[in-house]
Design a protein around this ligand. Structure first.
Ligand code: C5P
Length: 224
């Protein structure tokens, strides 16, 4: 196992709806490690920009907001509560609109640079499980274990639809397919930290694999 300051890191990257968040949370629980949902930081940042009337096109202003972002993650009865400037935005940031807004601010190079150290600070003993788009390529390139999880856009949209419904958020399946495809396109083609597997990542396709099967394979990777 590659050690970075003796703290192991498991990165799980992939597109929206690939199941990476679910697997990452299960792994964090199983291993007893910390968990970082890096996408939530971009989602909160977009929310902060909307709240303070900062134009997404004003890269410097959004980066400054990122630098000073007042966000707190805390575990509340098995769920992660997200506070922006003390306000609970846990549900608000989970909408597809918020995901799309996140991917717009996430495409800005100064913003990504401003958030780099904040993400790295989550690496604490006994270990960290983190999910996102560039965890294995940019944020934790020396991570002990790397996974890239993918699935077809149709299946990802169906999962998203179900997830949103469970959170009480209404959505339309064909809109979701279109939104997911638009977001994939932006995340994969941006100039900095585009969505792609790290060369040393275990690549898994969850289109026809259940959560249990993916969990087994990721567990085996970490045990090996
Ligand atoms: O993973 P999630 O869907 O919450 O991410 C929301 C958006 O945040 C993604 O579409 C992507 O643009 C951005 N993101 C990113 N890098 C990460 C995590 C998320 O650019 N590590």
């Amino acid at each position: 196992m590659k050690l970075m300051a003796n703290i192991p890191v498991l990165t799980i990257d992939g597109p929206s709806g690939s199941g990476k968040g679910t697997i990452a949370q299960l792994m964090a629980k199983d291993l007893g490690w910390h968990y970082l949902d890096s996408g939530a930081i971009y989602r909160v940042l977009a929310q902060a920009a909307l709240k303070h009337g900062v134009d997404f096109a004003d890269e410097r202003a959004v980066a400054e907001l990122a630098e000073n972002l007042d966000v707190v993650f805390s575990i509340q009865q098995n769920d992660i509560q997200v506070l922006l400037e003390g306000e609970d935005v846990s549900t608000l940031i989970r909408s597809e609109l918020a995901g799309n807004a996140a991917s717009k601010v996430a495409a800005l190079p100064l913003v990504r640079a401003a958030l780099l150290q904040r993400q790295r600070d989550f690496k604490q003993l006994p270990g960290l499980v983190t999910d996102g788009r560039d965890m294995g390529t940019v944020v934790f390139p020396d991570a002990s274990f790397k996974v890239f999880l993918n699935a077809s856009a149709q299946v990802r949209a169906q999962r998203r639809h179900k997830q949103l419904k469970e959170k009480g958020i209404e959505s339309n399946l064909s809109d979701l397919v279109a939104e997911i495809s638009e977001r994939d396109e932006r995340d994969s083609n941006r100039t900095v930290a585009p969505l792609r597997p790290a060369d040393d990542a275990l690549q898994l396709d969850s289109t026809s694999l259940g959560i249990d099967a993916v969990f087994k394979q990721v567990s085996a990777l970490c045990a090996g």
